[in-house]
Design a protein around this ligand. Structure first.
Ligand SMILES: [Zn+2]
Length: 295
């Protein structure tokens, strides 16, 4: 699933591509009308003829702001992919596979949404209701904004959850998914089974800086591309070449050579270097981590 940095990459691309363009119309394909939580017909009626005033990010939602003040929120979920097709470009990009939704602009350019599973979600809301929308209202401090300060981070650390699940909890910190949680813990040299409440001041500082740096480096690299994420202009992300631990089980740690380990925590995998990220005394065995289900 795209994480905060991937969505920010999409937003950065869209800002450049569609801001100021006038929407000619909307079409759906493959029964994708059901992806619009607030009704496909009202979305069609509200966006036709509108100019895009700007594009921002709210958590993992892309927020397309129209001149009228309406907001079109888009969540790509697991397999959604956006492709911007500029009729002026030669040659224009191919439309994505499993095409579901097309925002057509005057002059022939198109923003296409492909989604194999039709899990992507569209919501249209007036400005006053955006902050109250359930998917946004419950979001914690966004790690890619200026709201993410060491003071605010420290105030969250009273939890006895395991660090891995604590950092994935979007109600506390928003924007981190499993890739960047694993990478940040490695950069901070903290084992995924440590608890926030057990961190020393220095460890909390190291973790704050690791999160801060990892997500910003990922945005600078245009995110991490595996199989299902491409930025709007079709250029792949480059952060996969920077990954230290994520999906590197059994491969040597790039710092010390120790094989990277993996443990299952709930339904997610945590990847770490057993040498650089020492286990806490209550961690249990690697195969059977103590309290791994606790969040
Ligand atoms: Zn190591």
């Amino acid at each position: 699933m795209p994480e905060g940095p991937e969505v920010q990459t999409v937003v950065n691309g869209l800002q450049a591509c569609i801001t100021g363009r006038r929407i000619a119309g909307v079409t759906f394909a493959g029964g994708a009308e059901s992806m619009v939580e607030t009704g496909a017909d009202s979305l069609k009626a509200a966006v036709a003829g509108q100019t895009v005033a700007g594009v921002t990010r709210r958590g993992k939602y892309v927020d397309i702001v129209l001149e009228s003040g309406m907001h079109v929120l888009l969540h790509l979920m697991m397999t959604g992919r956006l492709v911007f097709r500029d009729s002026q470009a030669a040659p224009p990009l191919d439309p994505p596979r499993f095409l579901r939704f097309v925002l057509a602009f005057d002059g022939g350019a198109e923003l296409c949404l492909g989604d194999q599973r039709k899990w992507a979600k569209l919501v249209m809301l007036p400005a006053a209701e955006v902050a109250r929308y359930a998917g946004i209202r419950r979001l914690g401090v966004d790690v890619l904004t200026d709201d993410f300060t060491f003071e605010r981070f420290k105030a969250l650390l009273d939890s006895r959850a395991r660090l891995h699940s604590f950092l994935l909890d979007q109600a506390r910190l928003s924007g981190l998914g499993n890739i960047y949680v694993n990478e940040a813990l490695f950069h901070a040299r903290l084992h995924p089974l440590r608890t926030p409440a057990s961190l020393s001041e220095a460890e909390a500082g190291a973790l704050f800086h690791a999160i801060y740096d990892v997500v910003r480096a990922a945005v600078a690299q245009r995110g991490t591309t595996f199989s299902d994420f491409w930025s709007p202009d079709g250029a792949p992300g480059g952060y996969q070449y920077k990954l230290q631990v994520f999906q590197r089980e059994g491969e040597p740690c790039l710092c010390c050579g120790t094989p990277i380990a993996r443990i299952k925590l709930g339904n997610r995998s945590a990847f770490y270097c057993p040498q650089d990220q020492p286990a806490p005394p209550d961690a249990g065995s690697p195969e059977n981590p103590a309290n791994s289900q606790r969040t």
